[in-house]
Design a binder for this molecule. Sequence first.
Ligand SMILES: [Zn+2]
Length: 245
Amino acid sequence: MHISESIITRTWEFGETDLLVSFFTADRGRLKGVAKGARKSSRRFANCLDSFCLTRLEYERKSGRDLYLLNAGKLIHGFPELRTDFHALSLASYMVELAETLFPLEVAEPRMFALLKEAFNALSGQMKRDELRIFFEAKALTLGGYGINFERCCDCGRLYAGEGRAVFKHSKGGIACLRCEKESARLPGLDPDTAKGLNQIQTTPLDDAQKVTLTDGMLDEMKRVLRQHLRYSLGKELKTERYLA
Ligand SMILES: [Zn+2]
């Protein structure tokens, strides 16, 4: 039997009285399990299987299947703010979908789990939502292996010294110098401060990344870059994205 701190990402009704539960753990990645009788008696799973709950789950693998059997759960934190505020709920759903897209079942990445937990905390707090979305996207993509390369021009290889504007090329997941590319709607430009800030967000923990001061201009540039980077890296638009508009 395993016990893991888990984030419940979604549930489905299953059979007459059961619930099928998708959950993220730090040590085993994202898993799916059945909570037997959870819809009939809530004693073993008191208020702990709602989406976005942080729950200590007891579970075991059913032989030879990737479906686990959930034995019991205990609520650690319910993040009630995420359920009463439509925008917070939408952003939390979007974060979960991005994490699920980047990490298939049973691929453990403790930092992704920690990032989700920190982001839910931040969503319940004072942090500006558009900043939090940028931080989460940049960090999740980096953990998933899609960090943007700010080190050198992806065309000519020239080191980027952080002086002068650069151009983001989604097809290369990196920046190009202005000798190699021109800014356009398809190839958004970045100020040196934007490039430096986004690089810092990618590489530092969420708590420290929040110390990066973002101007409105930097935010706009980061949004444009990340929009293109996400679509291209994932090869699709996330379903939950439209609720954020
Ligand atoms: Zn170049």
